[in-house]
Design a protein around this ligand. Structure first.
Ligand code: ZN
Length: 339
């Protein structure tokens, strides 16, 4: 459990490392960021750190990952997060010097983040297979119809390689891992589907994308204007332009999770089942249920304790009952036959 708690901070550690490195680099006046000396130590260092993290996951969680599985996850994770951050740092340095090619770096950072995430999902074994018939599909369409939302398709994701028990809601589609029947009761599955349909209904994906574009565009404009006036505070500024947009996007993502939970609970009218479904999800995928408020600032999903408390408030469910339900949950299940 200690390891899993530490593991939740991986993203924060990478973010602060890149932002800190970028600020320190500024003290090294005149050295451009578009150089191997800026890029190489971080890419190698963070890549190696991820290899160690994934190897430890494999041992602690009893997964069966080959060295190639570990290397490809570490590589694509590096490409999907720290590399785009380094590109943003390089881009904003150019923008601060009044060079418009900085904008090219920022746009490319978005593309690399997107491509890296697609390949990371693939390396993790997340594959979306459309289901054309069956109970999952019927239930998903029934839930969507009753929530007055149009969905185009329902997908099944193999839970295979890792702790992937999860559900996804994207642009007019919902997806659930193939092991749902093993872990969820039917009312719990309906709640999980309603949560994903709520993401679709409220267009959370699109809103997040638009906010990211708006944030980085405004920052670019502001930095262009500031370029000549802020010599002294540049290291601090370089640190903030990397950390602040990520924090804002994570905050929005957590807000959307609460929003989808709220919508799903008012649809099912059954807070107890909702909390049970979430307990199962967090437990099966070995995610610790508690975390500090500080760590949560850098996470895309709220902790289970906060989500359950929010659901209880919406569903007029007693806090004591929630505490009872969460008692003893923080014990990870060790996978037995992964791959
Ligand atoms: Zn969600």
């Amino acid at each position: 459990m200690q390891w899993l708690k530490y593991r939740r901070l991986t993203r924060l550690a990478m973010l602060l490392t890149v932002a800190g490195w970028s600020a320190i680099w500024d003290l090294n006046r005149g050295a451009t960021r578009a150089s191997l000396a800026f890029w190489l130590p971080l890419v190698l260092g963070l890549g190696l750190h991820l290899v160690l993290c994934y190897s430890t996951d494999e041992t602690i969680l009893g997964l069966r990952w080959s060295p190639v599985d570990i290397a490809s996850q570490a590589w694509w994770r590096t490409v999907s997060f720290p590399v785009p951050l380094l590109m943003i740092a390089t881009g904003y340095e150019a923008v601060l010097l009044g060079r418009s090619r900085g904008l090219v770096w920022i746009v490319c950072a978005a593309l690399v983040a997107r491509i890296g995430t697609i390949f990371l999902r693939r390396a993790e074994g997340v594959k979306f297979n459309e289901t054309k018939a069956g109970e999952l599909r019927n239930r998903a369409f029934a839930v969507a119809r009753r929530m007055r939302t149009m969905i185009r398709g329902v997908y099944i994701v193999p839970s295979g390689k890792g702790h992937l028990t999860n559900a996804y809601g994207g642009s007019r589609v919902v997806a659930v891992t193939d092991n749902w029947g093993k872990y969820f009761t039917k009312p719990q599955l309906d709640y999980v589907l309603a949560h994903e349909v709520a993401h679709v209904k409220r267009r959370h994906g699109l809103k997040q994308f638009l906010l990211a574009i708006a944030l980085y565009s405004v920052l670019t404009l502001v930095l262009f204007r500031l370029s000549t006036t802020i010599e002294k505070s540049r290291p601090l500024l370089e640190f903030l332009v990397i950390v602040a947009p990520i924090m804002a996007l994570d905050l929005l993502s957590r807000h959307f999770e609460y929003d989808a939970d709220r919508e799903a609970v008012s649809f099912t009218g059954d807070p107890e089942t909702a909390i049970r479904a979430l307990v199962t999800l967090y437990k099966v995928s070995s995610v610790p249920i508690r975390c500090s408020n500080f760590a949560e600032l850098f996470m895309t999903h709220p902790s289970l304790t906060h989500r359950a408390a929010a659901i209880a408030r919406v569903g007029e469910f007693s806090a004591e009952r929630v505490a009872e339900m969460l008692l003893g949950v923080d014990a990870p299940q060790v996978a037995t036959s992964q791959r």
